[in-house]
Design a protein around this ligand. Structure first.
Ligand code: AMP
Ligand code: ZN
Length: 469
């Protein structure tokens, strides 16, 4: 399976080639642990989960690093607001983050380095940039990266060199493209930092957000690695600054493939904490939705397309998942040994189409279309009582295989709705009424079953299925 990705660096779809044949090294920007992650953040982590699953499906071993930003402007600001020590404050949200990942069935990264545990690596990297003349200490005692020294600055976000304001400095972690400036590598302590500081050759202070990722990526993945990802908002300044620091310090290419996911939107705006238009995973679980349904929604759209979050989409997810659950149950119940066997090509075609889709820049919509097509073929055969047990097993194995990518089909966990005995008795009475040709009574019973919250579906030879409505 030849995998292709849209590389933000070239703005082109490229064939993926790993630096080391079978092992992919990738860095995924992780959460800033100052609050519960919202489902917009989880869209990014879901896209990264899909990416690692596709790589694994393509027989690569994946080494994924996801950092935990546990010291930056926001974590310091909010831990102080809550009168808590930074470590105690961020611990709450680190733990919550891992619980949420589990609920969404997101596979674990191989390493989750916390910024506060890598201060030495960050200081060393800043020192290298100072030694090589790419950084300088300003009057405010902070250390800044001089964008003027790196002619390639702006190559990821495609920033016009004309707009660069060398010598102008910006000390906040986040800023817009029109504020391009020398950015802080190391921030000298000021009173807003309270008791958060580390000693360094330039006095007490703390790392800037961008240097955190460069230092941790280098430590765990090497100076040049395969893939770096994040939400599209990370492209500038965060990833642009990472490239500048890393390439100047190491004098080699930082990352081969940059992948960015589009935003999860709410009513036409980016879902974000600062706009206040967000739901955390916890909010939705409290409202009765499951991690599996939320996973289905977040994964359902192509990662480079904006996805509008709605409760209708969650309802749709519930019904799609129920459709597949019922199909799994039906496929396991098949025992028609006289049905004609399906050809191997019949199954191979699904597999081929599925792999074509996922390897084409993670075309999840194409992959979903395949399982819906399989579902409709399987149901047709089942309705006609024309599916051999061994073919039912082939359908099930293929669904299991494809679920290595989706992670929401859970073929072997699908359970039948518990149907109460009195409903089953009514259904039996209805069969009897039909045998007696008393169709008025049969219809009346159908309505009674419906009023009790169940639907009855007829199958050939007076067989039936009862489902919760
Ligand atoms: P943060 O905790 O703000 O650093 O964000 C963590 C990750 O979530 C980053 O990769 C962001 O780009 C991503 N992100 C934030 N908001 C959204 C959103 N509404 N949709 C998709 N990704 C997002
Ligand atoms: Zn990062």
């Amino acid at each position: 399976m030849q995998i292709k990705f849209f590389n933000t660096l070239s703005r082109k779809v490229e064939e993926f080639k790993a630096l080391d044949n079978s092992n992919v090294r990738m860095y995924t920007c992780g959460p800033t642990v100052y609050n519960y992650a919202h489902i917009g953040n989880f869209r990014a982590y879901m896209f990264e989960d899909l990416l690692r699953r596709v790589l694994q499906y393509g027989n690569y071993k994946v080494t994924q690093v996801m950092n935990l930003t546990d010291v930056d402007d926001k974590t310091i600001r909010d831990s102080r607001k809550n009168n808590m020590k930074l470590q105690d404050f961020t611990r709450i949200y680190k733990d919550a983050f891992f619980e949420d990942l589990k609920k969404l069935n997101i596979e674990s990264a191989e390493v989750y380095p916390a910024a506060t545990e890598h201060i030495k690596e960050m200081i060393d990297l800043v020192q290298t940039l100072m030694d090589k003349g790419f950084a300088y200490q300003a009057e405010d005692k902070s250390i800044y990266f001089s964008i003027d020294k790196f002619p390639e600055y702006g190559k990821l976000a495609r920033i016009d060199r004309e707009n660069q304001r060398a010598g102008v400095r910006i000390s906040t972690d986040e800023y817009a493209k029109d504020s391009v400036a020398d950015f802080a590598l190391w921030k000298a302590w000021d009173e807003n930092d309270g008791d958060v500081f580390w000693e360094s050759p330039w006095g007490k202070g703390r790392p800037g957000w961008h240097i955190e990722c460069s230092a941790m990526a280098m430590k765990y993945l090497g100076k040049t690695f395969d893939i770096h990802t994040g939400g599209v908002d990370n492209m500038f300044p965060h990833h642009e600054d990472e490239i500048a620091q890393s390439e100047c310090a190491n004098n080699c290419k930082y990352v081969n493939y940059w992948l960015h996911c589009a935003h999860l939107m709410m009513n036409g705006e980016k879902m974000s904490k600062s706009l206040g238009n967000f739901f955390t995973l916890r909010d939705l679980i409290e409202k009765g939705y499951t991690g599996r349904e939320i996973r289905y929604v977040l994964m359902g759209a192509h990662y480079r397309k904006q996805l509008n979050f709605t409760f209708d989409a969650l309802a749709q997810a519930k019904s799609s998942l129920r459709y597949f659950d019922e199909l799994s149950i039906r496929l396991k119940e098949v025992c028609n040994d006289s049905a004609e066997l399906l050809s191997n090509d019949f199954f191979a075609a699904f597999e081929e189409e599925f792999e074509k889709a996922i390897s084409d820049d993670l075309n999840i919509a194409g992959a979903l279309a395949v399982i819906f097509k399989m579902g409709s073929e399987a149901n047709k055969l089942l309705d006609n009582n024309n599916l051999h047990k061994s073919d039912a097993d082939k359908f099930l194995s293929l669904f299991r295989k494809f679920d290595r990518i989706f992670g929401f089909l859970n073929v072997d966990e699908a359970k039948k709705d518990e149907i109460p005995a009195e409903i089953v008795a009514l259904a039996e009475a209805r069969v009897q009424a039909k045998l007696n040709k008393d169709y008025a009574e049969a219809d009346r019973i159908r309505e009674e079953i419906k009023a009790a919250g169940y639907t009855i579906e007829d199958a050939p030879k007076n067989a039936y299925r009862i489902k919760k409505s």
